[in-house]
Design a protein. Structure first.
Length: 235
Protein backbone atom coordinates (compact mmCIF):
# COMPACT_ATOMS: atom_id res chain seq x y z
CA UNK A 1 0.00 0.00 0.00
CA UNK A 2 1.53 3.32 -1.08
CA UNK A 3 0.49 6.80 0.03
CA UNK A 4 -2.23 7.12 -2.62
CA UNK A 5 -3.65 3.72 -1.66
CA UNK A 6 -3.63 4.84 1.96
CA UNK A 7 -5.55 8.01 1.10
CA UNK A 8 -8.08 5.93 -0.81
CA UNK A 9 -8.57 3.72 2.25
CA UNK A 10 -8.96 6.79 4.47
CA UNK A 11 -11.56 8.10 2.02
CA UNK A 12 -13.46 4.81 2.03
CA UNK A 13 -13.41 4.78 5.84
CA UNK A 14 -14.76 8.34 5.90
CA UNK A 15 -17.55 7.44 3.46
CA UNK A 16 -18.52 4.48 5.62
CA UNK A 17 -18.56 6.78 8.68
CA UNK A 18 -21.00 9.07 6.86
CA UNK A 19 -23.18 6.08 6.04
CA UNK A 20 -23.17 4.27 9.39
CA UNK A 21 -22.43 6.98 12.00
CA UNK A 22 -19.86 7.44 14.73
CA UNK A 23 -20.99 4.51 16.88
CA UNK A 24 -20.50 1.85 14.21
CA UNK A 25 -17.17 0.07 13.83
CA UNK A 26 -17.69 -0.52 10.09
CA UNK A 27 -15.39 2.40 9.24
CA UNK A 28 -12.70 0.84 11.44
CA UNK A 29 -12.94 -2.50 9.65
CA UNK A 30 -12.01 -0.72 6.42
CA UNK A 31 -9.14 1.36 7.84
CA UNK A 32 -7.67 -1.05 10.39
CA UNK A 33 -8.16 -4.02 8.08
CA UNK A 34 -6.29 -2.39 5.19
CA UNK A 35 -3.33 -1.37 7.39
CA UNK A 36 -3.23 -4.83 8.99
CA UNK A 37 -3.25 -6.57 5.59
CA UNK A 38 -0.48 -4.31 4.34
CA UNK A 39 1.67 -5.06 7.39
CA UNK A 40 1.08 -8.78 6.90
CA UNK A 41 2.18 -8.58 3.26
CA UNK A 42 5.27 -6.57 4.15
CA UNK A 43 6.31 -8.86 7.03
CA UNK A 44 5.80 -12.22 5.31
CA UNK A 45 4.64 -15.70 6.25
CA UNK A 46 6.36 -16.01 9.63
CA UNK A 47 4.25 -13.18 11.04
CA UNK A 48 0.56 -12.99 11.82
CA UNK A 49 -1.59 -9.87 12.19
CA UNK A 50 -4.79 -9.58 14.22
CA UNK A 51 -7.30 -6.75 13.76
CA UNK A 52 -10.80 -5.82 12.73
CA UNK A 53 -11.14 -6.68 9.06
CA UNK A 54 -8.52 -9.44 9.02
CA UNK A 55 -8.09 -12.90 10.55
CA UNK A 56 -10.99 -13.63 12.88
CA UNK A 57 -12.05 -9.98 12.60
CA UNK A 58 -11.40 -9.16 16.25
CA UNK A 59 -8.98 -7.00 18.16
CA UNK A 60 -6.50 -8.81 20.39
CA UNK A 61 -5.75 -7.96 24.01
CA UNK A 62 -2.13 -7.35 24.91
CA UNK A 63 -0.77 -7.79 28.41
CA UNK A 64 0.07 -4.28 29.54
CA UNK A 65 2.25 -3.34 32.48
CA UNK A 66 -0.77 -2.12 34.44
CA UNK A 67 -3.89 -3.22 32.54
CA UNK A 68 -4.59 -5.48 29.60
CA UNK A 69 -5.41 -3.46 26.49
CA UNK A 70 -7.38 -4.34 23.35
CA UNK A 71 -5.12 -3.10 20.57
CA UNK A 72 -6.28 -1.97 17.12
CA UNK A 73 -3.62 -3.99 15.28
CA UNK A 74 -1.49 -6.70 16.89
CA UNK A 75 1.53 -8.22 15.17
CA UNK A 76 2.57 -11.74 16.13
CA UNK A 77 5.62 -13.86 15.35
CA UNK A 78 5.02 -17.59 15.49
CA UNK A 79 1.67 -16.69 17.08
CA UNK A 80 3.28 -14.75 19.93
CA UNK A 81 2.31 -11.03 20.20
CA UNK A 82 5.38 -8.88 19.62
CA UNK A 83 4.08 -5.41 18.70
CA UNK A 84 0.95 -3.27 18.54
CA UNK A 85 -0.33 -0.39 16.43
CA UNK A 86 -2.95 2.08 17.64
CA UNK A 87 -5.02 3.91 15.02
CA UNK A 88 -7.10 7.05 15.53
CA UNK A 89 -9.13 8.84 12.85
CA UNK A 90 -10.78 12.01 14.18
CA UNK A 91 -13.67 13.26 12.04
CA UNK A 92 -15.52 15.78 14.22
CA UNK A 93 -15.37 17.85 17.46
CA UNK A 94 -11.60 17.88 17.75
CA UNK A 95 -10.89 20.87 20.01
CA UNK A 96 -12.87 19.67 23.03
CA UNK A 97 -10.98 16.37 22.99
CA UNK A 98 -7.57 17.29 21.54
CA UNK A 99 -5.68 17.05 24.82
CA UNK A 100 -7.52 13.86 25.77
CA UNK A 101 -6.55 12.22 22.48
CA UNK A 102 -2.91 13.06 23.08
CA UNK A 103 -2.86 12.12 26.76
CA UNK A 104 -4.65 8.83 26.08
CA UNK A 105 -2.10 8.05 23.38
CA UNK A 106 0.76 8.62 25.82
CA UNK A 107 -0.93 6.57 28.54
CA UNK A 108 -1.75 3.53 26.43
CA UNK A 109 1.72 3.66 24.89
CA UNK A 110 3.39 3.67 28.31
CA UNK A 111 1.20 0.79 29.48
CA UNK A 112 2.20 -1.38 26.50
CA UNK A 113 5.84 -0.34 26.18
CA UNK A 114 6.44 -0.85 29.92
CA UNK A 115 5.50 -4.49 29.26
CA UNK A 116 8.40 -4.59 26.74
CA UNK A 117 6.18 -4.57 23.66
CA UNK A 118 6.91 -2.00 20.93
CA UNK A 119 3.88 0.19 20.26
CA UNK A 120 3.27 2.36 17.21
CA UNK A 121 0.59 5.00 16.66
CA UNK A 122 -1.26 6.39 13.64
CA UNK A 123 -3.22 9.63 14.06
CA UNK A 124 -5.34 10.82 11.11
CA UNK A 125 -7.28 14.09 11.05
CA UNK A 126 -8.75 16.43 8.40
CA UNK A 127 -7.28 19.93 8.26
CA UNK A 128 -10.87 21.22 8.49
CA UNK A 129 -13.63 19.42 10.33
CA UNK A 130 -17.08 20.15 11.81
CA UNK A 131 -17.90 20.90 15.42
CA UNK A 132 -21.42 19.96 16.56
CA UNK A 133 -23.51 20.85 19.57
CA UNK A 134 -24.80 18.02 21.75
CA UNK A 135 -28.03 17.86 19.76
CA UNK A 136 -26.13 17.31 16.50
CA UNK A 137 -26.61 20.80 15.08
CA UNK A 138 -23.61 22.36 13.37
CA UNK A 139 -21.85 25.06 15.40
CA UNK A 140 -18.61 25.93 13.58
CA UNK A 141 -15.72 24.73 11.46
CA UNK A 142 -12.50 23.78 13.23
CA UNK A 143 -9.04 23.67 11.71
CA UNK A 144 -6.07 21.51 12.61
CA UNK A 145 -3.40 24.20 12.65
CA UNK A 146 0.34 24.47 13.27
CA UNK A 147 -0.59 25.34 16.86
CA UNK A 148 -2.37 21.97 17.21
CA UNK A 149 0.67 20.17 15.85
CA UNK A 150 3.09 21.68 18.39
CA UNK A 151 2.72 18.77 20.81
CA UNK A 152 3.48 16.33 17.98
CA UNK A 153 6.54 18.36 17.05
CA UNK A 154 7.70 18.09 20.67
CA UNK A 155 6.91 14.35 20.65
CA UNK A 156 8.98 13.94 17.50
CA UNK A 157 12.10 15.04 19.39
CA UNK A 158 11.74 12.45 22.17
CA UNK A 159 14.28 9.69 22.62
CA UNK A 160 12.12 6.56 22.45
CA UNK A 161 14.70 4.59 24.44
CA UNK A 162 14.31 6.80 27.51
CA UNK A 163 10.78 8.18 26.98
CA UNK A 164 8.63 5.10 27.53
CA UNK A 165 5.42 7.09 26.96
CA UNK A 166 6.52 7.95 23.42
CA UNK A 167 5.34 5.58 20.67
CA UNK A 168 8.10 3.60 19.00
CA UNK A 169 7.11 5.50 15.86
CA UNK A 170 4.13 7.80 15.21
CA UNK A 171 2.45 8.63 11.91
CA UNK A 172 0.65 11.99 11.88
CA UNK A 173 -1.40 12.15 8.70
CA UNK A 174 -3.38 15.34 8.02
CA UNK A 175 -5.83 15.03 5.14
CA UNK A 176 -7.96 17.47 3.19
CA UNK A 177 -11.61 16.78 2.40
CA UNK A 178 -13.33 18.63 -0.45
CA UNK A 179 -14.66 21.93 0.86
CA UNK A 180 -18.42 22.07 1.42
CA UNK A 181 -19.77 24.81 -0.82
CA UNK A 182 -23.01 25.46 1.02
CA UNK A 183 -24.17 26.02 4.57
CA UNK A 184 -24.90 22.91 6.60
CA UNK A 185 -27.11 22.91 9.68
CA UNK A 186 -26.52 19.50 11.24
CA UNK A 187 -24.77 16.13 10.96
CA UNK A 188 -27.36 14.87 8.49
CA UNK A 189 -26.80 17.72 6.03
CA UNK A 190 -23.02 17.32 6.38
CA UNK A 191 -23.21 13.63 5.54
CA UNK A 192 -25.76 14.22 2.78
CA UNK A 193 -23.48 16.74 1.05
CA UNK A 194 -20.63 14.26 0.70
CA UNK A 195 -22.93 11.37 -0.16
CA UNK A 196 -24.13 13.39 -3.14
CA UNK A 197 -20.51 13.88 -4.29
CA UNK A 198 -20.15 10.30 -5.50
CA UNK A 199 -16.51 10.39 -6.61
CA UNK A 200 -14.91 12.85 -4.21
CA UNK A 201 -11.30 12.22 -3.26
CA UNK A 202 -9.46 12.63 0.03
CA UNK A 203 -6.03 14.15 -0.46
CA UNK A 204 -3.02 15.11 1.62
CA UNK A 205 -3.23 18.49 3.36
CA UNK A 206 -0.82 21.08 2.00
CA UNK A 207 -0.74 23.03 5.28
CA UNK A 208 2.74 23.39 6.76
CA UNK A 209 3.02 21.92 10.26
CA UNK A 210 6.73 22.25 10.95
CA UNK A 211 9.91 20.19 10.71
CA UNK A 212 9.34 16.90 12.51
CA UNK A 213 12.20 14.92 14.04
CA UNK A 214 12.57 11.16 13.78
CA UNK A 215 9.99 9.94 16.31
CA UNK A 216 7.07 11.32 14.25
CA UNK A 217 6.52 10.84 10.52
CA UNK A 218 4.28 13.43 8.88
CA UNK A 219 2.03 12.49 5.93
CA UNK A 220 4.09 9.56 4.66
CA UNK A 221 2.44 6.19 5.25
CA UNK A 222 4.99 4.32 3.14
CA UNK A 223 7.90 5.58 5.23
CA UNK A 224 6.04 4.77 8.44
CA UNK A 225 5.25 1.22 7.28
CA UNK A 226 8.86 0.65 6.25
CA UNK A 227 10.10 1.82 9.65
CA UNK A 228 7.61 -0.42 11.49
CA UNK A 229 8.59 -3.48 9.46
CA UNK A 230 12.31 -2.78 9.83
CA UNK A 231 11.97 -2.39 13.60
CA UNK A 232 9.91 -5.56 14.02
CA UNK A 233 12.22 -7.74 11.94
CA UNK A 234 15.13 -6.85 14.20
CA UNK A 235 13.34 -7.67 17.47
Amino acid sequence: MDNQDFLTVVGNSFKKFLETGSRSNEKLKILHGAIAKDMKERLGDHYQVQSLGIGNGKEMKLDGRYIDKAVDITILHNYKPIAGIGVKFVMQNYSQNSNNYFENMLGETANIRCANIPYFQIFIIPDKLPYYKNDGTFQKWEEFTAHNSEKYLMLSKDDIQTSIHTPTKTLLFVVHLPDIEKKVHDKHEYAQYYEEQKDFQVCESITEYGDFSSAVIHNDYEKFAEKVVHYIRFL
